[in-house]
Ligand binder design. Structure first.
Ligand code: SF4
Length: 82
């Protein structure tokens, strides 16, 4: 898997604890960094493909990533039945 996007990560050098907040409601500081990150999309796709369970990746919390996975699964299922 190509992880060359990591070189351009806005979180590089920051305290990783920011990206592993104690709760979903504490994710705002991490999301603020992700919002201005040039590699937000590849980062998010990386986390989705690896089923990353913890932390904020690509601006999405664990709960939000689960929602994206469910939504994509639903869309694929609808496309198959169309
Ligand atoms: S999107 Fe967020 S977690 Fe991903 S590389 Fe960028 S700053 Fe880091």
């Amino acid at each position: 898997m190509d992880t060359s996007w990591e070189k351009s990560a806005a979180c590089k050098g920051l305290d990783p604890r920011i990206f592993y907040p104690p709760g979903e409601e504490d994710a705002a500081p991490a999301k603020a960094v992700c919002d201005v990150c040039a590699v937000r999309i590849p980062c998010l796709e990386h986390a989705l493909s690896r089923r990353e369970k913890d932390g904020v990746w690509g601006g999405a919390t664990e709960k939000e990533r689960r929602r994206i996975v469910r939504q994509r699964r639903r869309e694929r299922s609808q496309q198959k039945s169309a």
